[in-house]
Design a binder for this molecule. Structure first.
Ligand code: DOR
Ligand code: ZN
Length: 425
């Protein structure tokens, strides 16, 4: 195994130092290290972060390998600075059995670019009718701890309660896609001034807020862990703030796109901006940013949702919701938060690793720690060219935008997955 001596790197924004990576670990840290056998990387001007962890990634394997595979999604993740991703269950077949989650987990290991941690479905086939085999998935080689019907809401309160009770036995967490389906029938975009002007059916904020309010009460009643996917409204933030003040075991994520883009984007009728939950208003964005700063929102998660051209480049009403995220998330975080490295490390690595129970991830580079880390050039700016992305899909909402920051290198257990901004394999 090659050793790497990373010279002059700022670890999470601190004064520059050297890091020696050997045998999968950060072996030493300090100024003026020497290691004759090591490959030297000059990291002057670069920032080292604990490898990013995405709690919400859609890989499309099995079923839609034309849109993404475990391998292509893993490569996109590594290029985005990630060392671990949690793969959502809405594949085909659905990841609702030990067999399917083990398949995804095995494909992740074979690709070897990031740790792929499968998420299991809450209900059989995501149909919202019967609980899936949560225990069998938890006991499988994939050791599933997060369960989600994401893409669909677990709308039945009785099923939601039973799922919360069930996962308590192994300290699991239910990740809810909060959308009261009766309030979003036919919805095409955020319900508000812009939807009225465009004549598109609206997805009201209350459809999200009502489910979050219900589920924090259920989680409180049962004493279980609840996670809320892609929080998108100011009202949701207030519900979560109250729940956290009462000590409810709830965590929440926000996506990069909900921190940056507004519902005005729908006026272009370009389906690249169609996403679920929909892009909201500038007021919602301000509340989400404040909640990310004060901790009511725990993490940034990408909701990386690759879609094939025929599912995306069609009329708005027929297009699938979702946008790419893995290769641009850190740049959007830098744009939104500025160089607040400790906050970025917390929201994009440490906290998601804790929520997912990924013990070897989310640790700041220091002697003895597994060498899962990424090197960022904060001064670089890059133009996003969809054709240059490693994802098999092209549905980025940031096409031809100039974004700050560039991932220079990523290490997974001491082995580079990205060097010089390029995937190693
Ligand atoms: O926009 C979305 N796309 N939201 C979801 O909840 C699911 C996802 C997908 O699977 O494409
Ligand atoms: Zn979702």
């Amino acid at each position: 195994m090659t050793a790497y001596l990373i010279r002059n790197v700022s670890v999470v924004g601190a004064e520059p130092t050297d890091l020696l990576i050997r045998d999968g670990l950060v072996a030493e840290a300090g100024a003026g290290l020497t290691a004759p056998d090591a490959t030297v990387l000059d990291a002057t001007g670069l920032v080292a972060l604990p490898g990013l962890v995405d709690l919400h990634t859609h890989l499309r394997e099995p079923g839609r390998e034309d849109a993404e595979t475990v391998e292509s999604g893993s490569r996109a993740a590594a290029l985005g600075g990630y060392t671990a991703v949690c793969a959502m269950a809405n594949t085909s077949p659905v990841a609702d059995t030990a067999g399917v989650v083990e398949q995804v987990w095995r494909l992740g290991r074979e690709a070897g670019l990031v740790d792929v941690q499968p998420i299991g479905a809450v209900t059989v086939g995501l149909a919202g009718e019967r609980l899936a085999e949560l225990g069998a998935m938890a006991d499988s080689a994939a050791r599933v701890r997060i369960f989600s019907d994401d893409g669909h809401c677990v709308a039945d309160p009785r099923l939601m309660r039973r799922a919360l009770e069930y996962v308590k036995a192994f300290d699991g967490v239910v990740a809810q896609h909060a959308e009261e389906p009766r309030l979003t029938e036919g919805a095409q975009m955020h319900e508000g001034e812009v939807s009225t002007r465009l004549g598109l059916a609206g997805w009201p904020a209350v459809a999200e807020e009502a489910i979050i309010a219900r589920d924090v009460l259920l989680a409180e009643h049962v004493g279980s862990r609840l996670h809320i996917c892609h929080v998108s409204t100011a009202g949701s933030v207030e519900v979560l703030r109250q729940a956290k003040t009462r000590g409810v075991r709830v965590t929440a994520e926000v996506t990069p796109h909900h921190l940056l883009l507004t519902d005005e984007k729908a006026a272009s009728y370009d389906p690249v901006f169609k996403v679920n939950p929909p892009l909201r208003t500038a007021t919602d964005i301000a509340a989400l940013r404040a909640a990310l700063a004060d901790g009511v929102i725990d993490i940034i998660a990408t909701d990386h949702a690759p879609h094939a051209v025929e599912d995306k480049e069609c009329e708005w009403a027929y297009a699938r919701p979702g946008m790419l995220g893995l290769e641009t998330a850190l740049s959007i975080a830098l744009d939104v938060l500025g160089p607040q490295w400790d906050l970025i490390a917390e929201r994009m690595s440490r906290a998601p690793a804790r929520i997912a129970g990924l013990d070897s991830h989310g640790l700041d580079p220091a002697p003895g720690v597994p060498a899962n880390l990424t090197l960022v050039d904060p001064a670089a700016r890059r133009v996003i060219e969809p054709a240059e992305l490693a994802s098999r899909s092209r549905n980025t909402p940031y096409a031809r935008m100039t974004l700050p920051g560039r991932i220079v290198a990523t290490f997974l257990r001491g082995e580079p997955t990205v060097l010089d901004g390029k995937a190693v394999k």
